[in-house]
Design a protein around this ligand. Structure first.
Ligand code: ZN
Ligand code: ZN
Length: 297
């Protein structure tokens, strides 16, 4: 089944013409519990890996938070988090000769953002030596950082910047945002600009001041590659970002039994910070695609 975000209840570009030039396309991935195969796009699903390549491990020092590896544990095997095929999300900056993107992460807290640390891989899916991987499970990893297997439902949407609005535009628009919200009940930030959840491209859905990484090779600002989110909507944003197909025939999504709602709102059962996201960035200019990440709680 496809997933479709409802049309925006207001004409954003008519109300706020200043943001029209900053429009970007994003791909909401709408993970839902399922049994993805190793050759399919997925969140928390199995992946294929080159036969001769050792499975990657994390050897970082982990801070002693509640989400630390057991004492004395050795290198931590990474876990598959996202696999995207060019056939499903051609918008990604696949380096020449590749058509599979994988994000694996170490499922423990790291100094940087007190969050899992991701690693990005790009493969040519036609390589004859790619085989379904059977990586070891990391001991003692918190369930919050281990995504349950989900299939994806890519959906193209239009986004407008929220936290990424340039200061002069934010100052110019602030009063109009407030006025429209008073008159209509729709908030630019929560209902009209960017959705939470797992998505590719568009704007990162920051929950604090933007902190865009720059490429260590060419020094240009990186692009948003994808975000892995704890939830697709919250108690406010569901009003415009709950998919039409998931909208109950009677009552609201908040009246569904808890487990039923979680399968829509947070299907992979991840919890990053307090309903936060992990944002990945990549340099589209440098052929080896340098990348970086930010955690937003
Ligand atoms: Zn680690
Ligand atoms: Zn670069």
């Amino acid at each position: 089944m496809v997933r479709t975000s409802p049309s925006r209840p207001l004409d954003v570009e008519a109300l706020f013409p200043e943001v029209a030039a900053l429009r970007r396309e994003a791909v909401r991935l709408h993970p839902r519990r399922g049994e993805p195969g190793p050759g399919e796009s997925s969140l928390g699903g199995p992946v294929r890996w080159p036969r001769a390549e050792p499975w990657p491990h994390c050897t970082d020092q982990h801070p002693r938070t509640a989400y630390a590896p057991p004492r004395g544990a050795g290198p931590v095997p990474l876990v598959p988090v996202v696999q995207l095929l060019a056939a499903d999300v051609p918008e990604l900056p696949f380096p020449d000769g590749t058509d599979v993107l994988q994000v694996l992460w170490c499922p423990f807290d790291h100094e940087e953002g007190y969050a899992p640390r991701p690693q990005v891989y790009w493969w040519d899916g036609s390589r004859a030596d790619l085989e379904p991987a059977d990586p070891p499970r990391p001991d003692g990893a918190p369930h919050s950082y281990l995504p349950d297997p989900c299939v994806l439902h890519p959906e193209r949407i239009t986004e407008y910047p929220s936290w990424d609005l340039p200061d002069h535009l934010h100052d110019a628009l602030e009063e109009r945002f407030e006025q429209v919200e008073e008159e209509t009940g729709w908030s630019y930030e929560y209902h009209l600009s960017v959705p939470d959840g797992t998505k590719a491209g568009g704007y990162p859905t920051w929950s604090q001041d933007p902190d865009w990484p720059h490429c260590p090779s060419c020094e240009r600002r990186m692009d948003h590659l994808l975000s892995v989110g704890s939830a697709e909507f919250d108690g406010e944003s569901w009003r415009t970002w709950l998919a039409v197909e998931d909208t109950p025939a009677a009552g609201t999504v908040w009246e569904l039994p808890y487990d039923e709602r979680r399968l829509i709102q947070s299907a992979a059962d991840l919890m990053l910070g307090d309903m936060g996201s992990l944002h990945l960035f990549a340099c589209p200019h440098c052929p080896d695609r340098p990348y970086a990440h930010r955690a937003s709680a």
